[in-house]
Design a protein around this ligand. Structure first.
Ligand code: DC
Length: 206
C-alpha cells in the first residue's frame, strides 16, 4: 500500500506521515529532506541556490543515505530548498530515488508536494493536508525558536507566503491536490484527531 501525503509548509503533513508509517509499519520518506539536502550542499559551499547549474550538480551528486536531518531544519535551508525545487533538472535527478522508495514491497508513506500528482499518481491513498497560513506560521515559529533560530513572526510569515507561492505556481510539479485527494484541514484539529481521522479513512477503505 502506498500512502501519499502532500501539503504546504507546517500543514502537519510530516507528523501525519510519520504517525501513519508507525501505525501501519511502513517505511516513510520525507521527500522535502532531499530538496533541503540539495540546498544545504550549496549553502555550505557558499553557492546561491538560484545558481541553476550548481543546483543540478548538487542534486545529481547527493548521497541520499548520508543526509543529516538535524542540519536541514533551518529557515534558510527551507527557503533554498523551495528555490532548487523549482528547477526541473533538480526534480528529475531526485525522481528515481523517490520512485524506488515507493516501490518497496512492504508499502510506503511519502510526504511532500508532488507525491500524489507526480511521484505516486497510483497511490492507494492521497491526502492533501492544509491549515490556515496564520496557524502554520505560529507552528513553524515554535519549531524554529526551539531549534535556536530567532526569526520573527513577520519575517516568517513573509517567507511562508513566498514559499507557498513558489511551490504552488512553478511550472514543474506544482503543489496541488488531485481529483481523488482526501482534503484534511488541520487548522482546528489536534494532531491526534488528524491521525485518527486519516487512520480511520484508510482502515475503512483498505
Ligand atoms: O516539506 P519541506 O518544507 O521540507 O520542503 C522544502 C521544500 O522542498 C519545499 O518548499 C518545496 C520542496 N519540495 C518539493 O518541491 N517537492 C517535494 N516533494 C518536497 C519538497
Amino acid at each position: 500500500m502506498i500512502i501519499a501525503i502532500d501539503g504546504p509548509l507546517a500543514s502537519g503533513k510530516g507528523t501525519l506521515a510519520r504517525a501513519l508509517a508507525a501505525h501501519f509499519g511502513f517505511p516513510h520518506l520525507d521527500t522535502g529532506s532531499i530538496y533541503r539536502a540539495t540546498a544545504l550542499a550549496l549553502i555550505k559551499k557558499g553557492i546561491d541556490p538560484n545558481n541553476k547549474e550548481e543546483a543540478i550538480k548538487a542534486a545529481q551528486n547527493l548521497d541520499m543515505f548520508n543526509i543529516i536531518d538535524s542540519e536541514l531544519r533551518t529557515a534558510q535551508v527551507g527557503a533554498g530548498a523551495s528555490v532548487v525545487a523549482a528547477i526541473p533538472e533538480v526534480r528529475k535527478a531526485l525522481f528515481d530515488f523517490q520512485r524506488n522508495f515507493a516501490a518497496n514491497p512492504k508499502g510506503a508513506v511519502l510526504d511532500g508536494r508532488d507525491i500524489g500528482t507526480v511521484i505516486c499518481p497510483d497511490a492507494d491513498f492521497k491526502f492533501f493536508v492544509t491549515a490556515r497560513p496564520e496557524v502554520r506560521a505560529m507552528r513553524r515559529l515554535k519549531e524554529l525558536h526551539s531549534a535556536g533560530d530567532n526569526i520573527t513572526l513577520e519575517e516568517l510569515t513573509a517567507q511562508i507566503i513566498e514559499r507557498d507561492y513558489r511551490d504552488a505556481n512553478r511550472a514543474d510539479a506544482p503543489l496541488k491536490p488531485t481529483e481523488t485527494s482526501i482534503m484534511l484541514d488541520t487548522s482546528d484539529l489536534g494532531i491526534d484527531e488528524v491521525i485518527k481521522k486519516a487512520t480511520g479513512i484508510i482502515e475503512s477503505n483498505g
